[in-house]
Design a binder for this molecule. Structure first.
Ligand SMILES: Cc1ncc(C[n+]2csc(CCOP(=O)(O)OP(=O)(O)O)c2C)c(N)n1
Ligand SMILES: [Mg+2]
Length: 391
């Protein structure tokens, strides 16, 4: 079993050359040409989802979108190694993880359209709804892992979080608990170099992976743009957790090539040269090069991948723009499991407010009802876009 690895792990160079690694190769020895092609397709499809969702936001169909551009290998490589009975806790940017877990495409954008307060039932797909509170999900994941221990099952919980999150108390508390209880949890940190406008170097003097051993958690620092390194490291961590040997911290070194969200303009705080440098390390391009060297990147293969990506994008768009507006009063549903007097009073007030439109103009009651539901949808959208659409 690989213990803490201080060296940067890379199995596939940006030029698409496979580099041997005695410790890690065995963990991806099953990745044959068809599987590599399938992983490539996954990455192209999620990039397309990202592009389409960004376009939908620009067209006013979504309140906000957090792009994952550049982080496809980190997310697909890790999520594709999980079992159905594992459980994932993420932040807002892990839309490729959601795709791998089988989230319906419309459910991915439901919240960003301001149409619902959460997108899916976590138990249906083994993935909690995204946590917007930075780092909070690492505590949820650790608690869930301790529950798996108590139940005597070998399911693993995986927490995805960013470089910025590692400075939060929640993440540090989660590491303490996970180490103390040897909880079957994988801490998957995507170091995308930025926490909004703060570069990782401002909060981390040493690599983030170096922090974990201080908590008693073994760690690995890997090329997060190399899908093979990501798969190998995640499998090592999963195996350690399943066999009762506790948590692992993975620092997947990657780069957020787009803005923090569609409300952000990264040209205001980062150097264009930095982006160019990372474009050359694109996670998709290097697999393309490897497939090409194997004679697999044929015109027919490319056309198939493009057709799949276009179909997924069309489904996403259709699902988004045909989502029915929520019933105005549904905003009060599912807040508490037991009756709550304050909420009941607010609901009564809002019911009266909606009714006041009809009382004012009974003749155009149909139009007024429409206006009221538009108002309610807008109110929900505001919860996503509050503060100029920032997270
Ligand atoms: C507890 C908390 N503090 C601050 C914020 C505001 N906020 C939203 S995203 C973000 C940066 C997070 O950066 P990182 O953890 O690196 O994740 P990334 O966005 O790069 O994926 C901050 C500070 C928040 N959502 N929650
Ligand atoms: Mg970050």
């Amino acid at each position: 079993m690989v213990e803490t690895v201080s060296d940067f792990v890379q199995l596939l160079t940006p030029e698409g050359v496979r580099t041997p690694s005695p410790d890690f190769d065995q963990w991806v020895s099953d990745v044959d040409a068809p599987q590599l092609a399938s992983l490539y397709e996954d990455m192209v499809v999620v990039r397309r989802i990202d592009t389409e969702a960004t376009a939908l936001q620009r067209q006013g169909e979504l309140g906000l979108w957090p792009p994952l551009l550049g982080q496809e290998a980190a997310q697909i490589g890790s999520a594709r190694t999980l079992r159905g009975d594992d459980f994932v806790f993420t932040s807002y940017r892990e839309n490729a993880v959601a795709y791998c877990r089988g989230v319906d495409l419309t459910d991915i954008i439901r919240v960003w359209r301001g149409n619902a307060q959460s997108g899916w039932n976590p138990y249906d797909i083994g993935m909690a709804v995204p946590a917007i509170i930075i780092g909070a999900q690492t505590l949820h994941a650790t608690g869930y892992a301790m529950g798996c221990q108590q139940d005597g099952v070998d399911s693993v919980s995986v927490a995805y979080f960013g470089d910025g999150a590692t400075s939060e108390g929640d993440v540090n508390e989660a590491l303490v608990f996970a180490a103390a209880f040897k909880a079957p949890v994988v801490f998957f940190c995507q170091n995308n170099h930025w926490a909004i406008s703060e570069p990782v170097g401002l909060q981390a003097i040493r690599p983030l992976a170096d922090r974990a051993p201080g908590f008693g958690v073994p760690s690995m620092r890997i090329d997060g743009n190399d899908i093979l390194a990501v798969m190998a490291a995640t499998r090592i961590a999963l195996e350690r957790a399943r066999s009762g040997n506790g948590p692992t911290f993975i620092e997947a070194v990657t780069y957020r090539m787009g803005p923090h969200t569609t409300a952000d303009d990264p040209t205001r705080y980062r150097d264009a040269a930095e982006l160019e440098e990372w474009k050359a390390k694109d996670p998709i391009l290097r697999v393309e090069r490897l497939l090409d060297s194997l004679g697999l990147f044929t015109a027919e293969f490319q056309a198939g991948v493009k057709a799949k990506a276009d179909a997924v994008a069309a489904e996403l768009r259709h699902g988004c723009i045909t989502l029915p507006d929520p019933e105005p009063l549904s905003v009060f549903d599912s807040v508490y499991t037991t009756p709550n007097a304050t909420l009941d009073r607010q609901k009564a007030e809002y019911t009266a407010y909606l009714a006041s439109f009809e009382a004012r103009d009974g003749q155009n009651s149909d139009d007024v009802t429409d206006a009221a539901s538009v108002t309610a949808a807008s109110v929900n959208a505001v919860s996503v876009t509050a503060g100029g659409g920032r997270l």
